[in-house]
Structures are given as C-alpha cells and as structure tokens.
Ligand binder design. Structure first.
Ligand code: NAD
Length: 311
C-alpha cells in the first residue's frame, strides 16, 4: 500500500519503521528532517511538506502532538487537500473528534476522502516492539481496509474497533485520565504510608494483596520504584495536554469532573516544577517530597519478578 506518514517522534518513528518492514511504500514527513534519516535508510521516501506526503497516498497516517497541530498539518499544511479521492486518513494522535470533524467539514468530505481515528496505548516501548493497543473509531469497511496496517504496528489481539468516528479518541482520553488518576492516588497513598513508618515494599505488597490492588501499582509504577525512571518517553507536556482535553470533554458534555480537574491541576504543578520534557511519572516526585524520601525498593529484582509472574 502507498502510505504517507506524518509525525516521527517517540511513537511515530517506530510505527513508520514497522510499516516499511511490512513491505508498504512509505513516504514520511516531519518538521525535523533528522527524524526521517532511519526511515530513508530503510527505503522510505522523504516529503518536503505535509501536502507532498499526502499526494498519491492511498492511506495517510498522522501521529502528532495535539489537535491544534493535527488541524494545522491537514488544513494549512495542505495534506487534506492533496489526498486523492478515495484515500483514507487515519489520525493516530491523541486528539479530539472536534479537530478531525473540522478537517472533514472544510476539505475531506467534499473530496470523498474517508477517515478513521485510531489513537494508541503502550508507550514508546510498545511502539518499538510493534505491540501497541489501538482504539479505532469509524466505519466497518474502513476498519477492515486498515486492519493489516494496524497489525503491522500493534498487538493483533488488542486492536479494537470501539465505535463510530470519534469513539477511538474518546476511549483513549478516558484511558489516560483514569491512568493519571491511578498515579496520583497511588503516590499519595505511598507518601502517607511510608511517612507513617511502614516499609515501602511491605506497604506495596499489602496493597497488592488487598481489594485496593491495581495494575498501576503492580506494574507501571515499577520503573520508578526499581530504577528511578519517570518515563521521559512520554513528556509531561503531552500528559497535561491529554488531561486538558479530557476535562474539556467533560465540560462540553455537561458532566461534572471534580476529580479529573484536580488530577489535571496536580499534573500542571508537576510540569511547572519538573519541566515540559520531564516524564509522565513526574508527579510521583511531588509526593516523594511530601514523604521526605524517594520511593525506591531495596530489592527491585524481586519486585520485577513478582510483576512478571502476574502480567
Ligand atoms: P513527540 O512529541 O515525540 O512527537 C511528535 C512529532 O511530531 C515530532 O517528531 C515533531 O517534530 C512532529 N511535529 C510537530 N509538529 C509538526 C508539524 N507541524 N508537522 C509535522 N510534524 C510535526 O510525541 P509522541 O510521544 O510521539 O506522541 C505523539 C502522539 O501520540 C501524541 O498525541 C501523544 O499524546 C500520543 N501518545 C504518546 C505516547 C507516548 O508514550 N509517547 C503513548 C500513547 C499516545
């Protein structure tokens, strides 16, 4: 298939590479030309603009930071207007239905270009491994056409068609909102428990053996507890963007989101303190400060073994 791919960052660079390896004819574009060097070495073509990337593509994939950039690339960058009739645009960015709807209303619908929203989970290491979880919104026929392409980038068992256009964006925002909420709640509990004098490892094991156990406490927080790694591969700027989009969605829907708004504020405080490029786990550091110590397990190998057994 002739595929245009725009956005070769922490996630997109791996996804585009898998498409090349799967035998597709891939043309790539990013505002940072150096981001495409590895793809050109594998046989991809370079485009000098979003419009050039879209021209002649049967399928255009975007993996961009936020809805504003998605709209900018598709409309002002000319990608939408350059797509041939009958092409399919798949936005895999964590974005909003409103941005994609504007692109469709202004250009795509009149040109007979179809679209899917297909945001992902799985972090940069899932993208690297070609094992992303993908949440797809759109028509059945378009999902079927795109499935082999998704399978080149994702875990075939976790490519989910979650509903009509927009449903993929919504599911992804809800996943991130709940995950960030898990992070804040877990860090607050650990801070209190260890400050009260309970051993960190004992506290975590006790929580895991109780009804308060969570996937986050069992697996995801281990990079902090074992290695002091706050996951720079997902920047706080993007985490705050996702939380802002989720809270905005609640406002648009008229759903009260007291807890989500508070989690967003805590993330924004951490971003101000630790920097835009700091990792998505950085809010844990706010609670480490309150506890007066870093959260580190003395025997991380044992904790990792335990986690591996339960995944
Ligand atoms: P990133 O910031 O690493 O990459 C974004 C890329 O887009 C960069 O290479 C940048 O140069 C490029 N770009 C920016 N503006 C552009 C423009 N106008 N035209 C062309 N290229 C442009 O971001 P990422 O971590 O790869 O995330 C991409 C998307 O995936 C985001 O929506 C993010 O929320 C989502 N996401 C990220 C992760 C993760 O773990 N990093 C996980 C799931 C979903």
């Amino acid at each position: 298939m002739r595929i245009g791919f725009i956005g070769l960052g922490n996630m997109g660079r791996h996804m585009a590479r898998h498409l090349i390896h799967a035998g597709h004819l891939v043309t790539v574009y990013d505002t940072r030309p150096e981001a495409g060097v590895e793809h050109l070495a594998l046989g991809a073509h370079w485009a000098d603009s979003p419009a050039e990337c879209a021209r002649n593509a049967e399928l255009l994939i975007t993996m961009l930071p936020n809805p504003r950039v998605v709209e900018d690339v598709l409309l002002r960058g000319g990608a939408a207007g350059a797509l041939p009739q009958g092409a399919l645009w798949i936005d895999m960015s964590t974005s909003t239905p409103a941005a994609a709807d504007r692109v469709a209303a202004e250009v795509l619908d009149a040109r007979g270009v179809r679209r899917l929203d297909a945001p992902v989970s799985g972090m940069a290491r899932g993208a690297d491994a070609g094992m992303l979880q993908i949440f797809v919104g759109g028509a059945d026929d378009d999902f079927r056409i795109a499935l082999p392409v998704f399978e080149a980038m994702g875990d075939p068992d976790r490519i989910l068609h979650v509903g009509p256009l927009g449903a993929g964006y919504t599911v992804k925002l809800m996943i991130n909102l709940l995950w960030f909420s898990h992070l804040v709640a877990s860090a607050e509990v650990l801070a209190m428990g260890v400050k009260a004098g309970v051993d960190l490892g004992v506290l975590r094991s006790s929580l895991l053996a109780s009804p308060a156990a969570s996937h986050f406490l069992e697996n995801d927080i281990l990079c902090v507890l074992a290695d002091g790694d706050y996951d720079d591969s997902f920047a706080m700027a993007l985490a705050c963007k996702d939380l802002g989009l989720a809270v905005d969605l609640g406002r648009d829907l008229g759903v009260a989101t007291e807890l989500s708004a508070l989690v967003e504020q805590i993330y924004r405080r951490s971003k101000a303190q630790h920097g835009e490029l700091s990792g998505e786990m950085s809010p844990v550091r706010l609670y480490e400060s309150l506890a007066g110590r870093e959260f580190r397990l003395p025997n991380p190998a044992a904790a990792l073994d335990d986690a591996a057994l339960t995944v």
